[in-house]
Design a binder for this molecule. Structure first.
Ligand SMILES: C[S@@+](CC[C@H](N)C(=O)[O-])C[C@H]1O[C@@H](n2cnc3c(N)ncnc32)[C@H](O)[C@@H]1O
Length: 240
């Protein structure tokens, strides 16, 4: 019997004003203190099992990137790097950094390294440098407090720069609700030490407000469902 899971995604893009320094200075200084790095080990083989389904939102996000030459770009939570390679290939003469906190994912990414694409380990919530494009596909949901994180990332855009990010917004899908319910039952509750993960992902209205408050230009925010037919209920566990 086939079962239908779905991947709901929240996609945002906006531009920093060409007059950035007059508008954004001094905002959200507390963002760094309110975010934390994820230390969950990642398994690249497991992640690649559903490569085509996982990459569909990436291609929708890539369409929003303003293609210009000579940009300094970062891909937050770049994972195993093949999609970062595609991002780099679409930006002529640009310098792209893939940033990820997982040594396992970065080890796989190194094969994609080239003159215009480098990978490094770091926390996406604690960017120090500034960029022309801050890009992220399916990674920001691993950092807390998006009320502070999005403005912090925005403050790391150069004048006229662009933020393009996609976060899965599946947390209220029946598959995720059932997993959270099951985690509260024994023996799982004890095994997990009462752990419960509350998704930090906000609604599209909240993201729109946050972007608007940064004085952004050309705001695009949308949610999209990517239907995903799976063989059986075991496959849903694999997918999640
Ligand atoms: C679902 S994968 C997405 C990978 C890639 N962007 C893609 O589209 O296939 C999420 C990635 O985010 C990374 N990640 C999680 N928390 C992070 C953090 N705080 N800083 C940097 N990377 C993080 C994970 O290591 C993982 O590689």
């Amino acid at each position: 019997m086939s079962v239908i899971a779905s991947r709901r995604s929240c996609t945002l893009a906006a531009k920093q004003s060409p007059r950035k320094s007059e508008i954004a200075s001094g905002k959200n200084k507390s963002a760094l203190a309110m975010t934390k790095e994820t230390h969950m080990p990642w398994n690249p083989e497991q992640y690649h099992k559903f490569q085509s389904q996982r990459s569909a939102p990436f291609y929708d996000l890539l369409k929003l990137v303003e293609i210009r030459p000579n940009l300094k770009v970062v891909d937050l939570g770049c994972g195993t790097g093949e999609l970062t390679r595609e991002l780099a290939d679409s930006l002529p003469n640009s310098n792209v950094t893939g940033l990820d906190s997982s040594p396992q994912m970065l080890e796989k990414a190194t094969v994609h390294q080239s003159a215009n694409l480098h990978f490094k380990r770091g926390d996406q919530a604690a960017l120090m440098e500034t960029y022309d494009i801050i890009f992220s596909n399916a990674a920001l949901q691993w950092s807390e407090n998006h009320e502070a994180l999005i403005p912090h990332l925005f403050s790391k855009l150069n004048a006229g720069g662009q933020i393009c990010v996609q976060v899965p917004s599946n947390h209220n899908h029946i598959s995720h609700l059932l997993i959270r319910e099951t985690a509260k039952e024994e023996p799982f509750r004890t095994i997990l030490n009462n752990f419960e993960r509350i998704a930090p992902v906000l609604s599209i209205d909240e993201y729109t407000r946050i972007l608007f408050e940064q004085g952004t230009e050309d705001i695009i925010v949308f949610e999209k469902v990517y239907p995903h037919v799976l063989e059986n209920s075991d496959a849903i566990i694999e997918w999640i």
